[in-house]
Design a protein around this ligand. Structure first.
Ligand code: NAD
Length: 497
């Protein structure tokens, strides 16, 4: 970490506040006060205290942002070629790297995540802008073979105004993976960050304008889901919605989108299986499990939250894994512990509720299963890293997303049983397998229902790899070239000659 970041961290840890955060919404290239004048507070999850306020937007602010985005579709943005759009995104990537320390401190403070995780996120965000900077001028259509008397071709056109509804667990990463391809495709954007983590999306919008984005092309409205999110997704001036969040809200967004037949990408929840076969490299698999469920305190849609373990190695594996988990140091995200807080009191209570119900039903606990209480966690929202046995496939611990540092364990006999267990929930976001037998692993990859499969490394991949789920995990894809095409409409042209 740089000296500047150290100083910023020290300032926050001493004063509990951070100066110079953006104020207001970002509309038409500048920060503006909310029309109704309402503000709300953002909390430091590591201390359970408010550290700054931000605009509580409503339908009037959303109207202004959508109007700005619609009008920008007809302005200089339209005249800019794809190469120039790419140059702006490339400059944004460079600026993000230059200003990384402030972004990472704000992201860590607002979401609760460990500083090193926020640094990793920032590198990924810069990479996303770099990737789509290079992709903007490679978005081409096809020629269509219709015989000598016709010329047929397709073009990829920008959809128009793209709404981005963003959750609190990866505020900047999720914003970037939607905004960068939307801009590369030539769309304009209205983004609505989660009310728990509003700041880095506002900072990103300001940075993109410094990189040369014309006014109105990217607008950010902050506020709650009910007051700002709902009017945005129901707005007739929106042509596309990328929604990342819970299944319940996703269903409401889908209904709102239906009213105007608005195109939609839904990135929803997960309950992803992490299969460990008898022939795995046990050290690699244990490291994989640790990362899969305790990164960001388990608040990851693609967390490996269900360990499916071969019975022949179960005793040894569980004793080694449990010993590792018991050593994790819990603390404020900015102090770089092994495990940070969860994002909100509500989330803490939700996690605790899931675990309490399981314990009351008789599930055996390997470790954890309680709200963390120590000097380091005194006022914040911390949950002990937990491992808990699942009682059969129907167990709510297997079927329901917990979204916290809670690993459930299912013991199975061989790869066939592992596959059946892996496919036995309504979710299908990602899946992973640890095995030295690549044929076995690739058979699992072929047969498991998931948008992405990891073999011998959880979270393997980057912005190049399309991401998204099936079934209740949603539909549509972000990242990679598939993510860029989500912001395009295909036109076919045929001429008789
Ligand atoms: P949430 O659905 O409560 O909120 C997500 C966003 O939607 C927030 O910005 C919120 O303000 C907004 N919102 C709420 N109600 C709305 C409405 N009626 N209309 C429009 N917008 C509305 O989800 P959450 O609890 O903040 O996030 C956690 C969930 O997100 C988990 O289920 C997790 O798996 C999922 N998630 C999925 C991915 C993915 O890529 N698949 C990534 C991160 C999180």
């Amino acid at each position: 970490m740089s000296g500047a970041a150290d100083a910023l961290v020290a300032e926050v840890l001493t004063t509990g506040r951070l100066k110079g955060l953006p104020q207001g919404h970002f509309i038409e290239g500048r920060f503006v006060a909310p029309m109704a004048g309402q503000m709300m507070e953002s909390f430091d999850p590591g201390r359970g205290r408010a550290f700054a306020s931000f605009a509580a937007g409503d339908a009037a602010d959303v109207d202004a942002a959508v109007a700005a985005a619609r009008s920008a579709l007809q302005g200089p943005w339209r005249q800019m070629g794809p190469a120039e759009r790419g140059r702006i995104l490339g400059r944004a990537a460079a600026l993000l790297r230059e200003r990384a320390h402030r972004f990472t401190v704000v992201e860590s403070l607002d979401s609760g995540k460990r500083l090193t995780e926020a640094e990793g996120d920032l590198r990924g965000v810069a990479r996303a802008f770099e990737y789509y900077a290079g992709a903007a001028d490679k978005l081409h259509g096809d020629s269509l073979p219709l015989g000598r008397n016709y010329v047929g071709f397709t073009t990829e056109e920008p959809i128009g105004v793209a709404a981005q509804v963003i959750p609190w667990n990866y505020p900047l990463s999720t914003a970037a993976r939607g905004i960068a391809p939307a801009l590369a495709a030539g769309c304009t954007v209205v983004a609505k960050p989660a009310e728990q983590t509003p700041f880095t999306a506002l900072m990103l919008a300001e940075l993109l304008h410094k990189a040369g984005l014309p006014e109105g092309v990217l607008n950010v409205v902050t506020g709650t889901g009910a007051q700002a999110g709902a009017p945005l997704v129901a707005h007739p001036g929106i042509d596309h919605i990328t929604f990342t969040g819970s299944v319940e809200t996703g269903k409401r967004v889908m209904c709102a989108a239906a009213d105007h037949v608005t195109r939609l990408v839904l990135e929803l929840g997960g309950k992803s299986p992490l299969v460990v076969l008898a022939d795995c490299d046990m050290d690699v698999a244990i490291n994989g499990v640790m990362e899969a469920i305790y990164e960001n305190a388990g608040q990851i849609c693609s967390a490996g939250s269900r360990l499916i373990l071969d019975c022949s190695i179960a005793v040894d594996f569980m004793s080694r894994l449990t010993a590792r988990v018991k050593k994790l140091r819990i603390g404020h995200g900015l102090t770089n512990p092994d495990l940070g807080p969860v994002n909100s009191l509500r989330q803490l209570e939700t996690i605790d509720g899931h675990v309490r119900r399981a314990v009351a039903a008789g599930n055996c606990v390997y470790t954890g299963a309680a709200i963390a209480k120590s000097e380091a966690t005194a006022d914040g929202w911390f949950y002990e890293p937990t491992i808990i046995e699942a009682r059969g496939t129907a167990d709510p611990l297997v079927q329901e997303e917990i979204f916290g540092p809670v690993l459930t364990v299912q013991v199975v006999d061989g790869p066939d049983e592992a596959l059946i267990a892996a496919n036995a929930t309504p979710y299908a976001l990602v899946a992973g397998i640890y095995s030295k037998n690549i044929t076995q692993a690739l058979r699992f990859a072929r047969d498991v229902d998931a948008g992405q499969v990891f073999i011998n490394e959880w979270f393997a991949g980057g912005i190049e790899v399309p991401f998204g789920g099936n079934r209740k995990s949603g539909f549509g894809r972000e990242k990679g070239m598939a993510g860029l095409r989500s912001y395009c409409k295909l036109k076919s042209v045929v001429a008789r000659i």
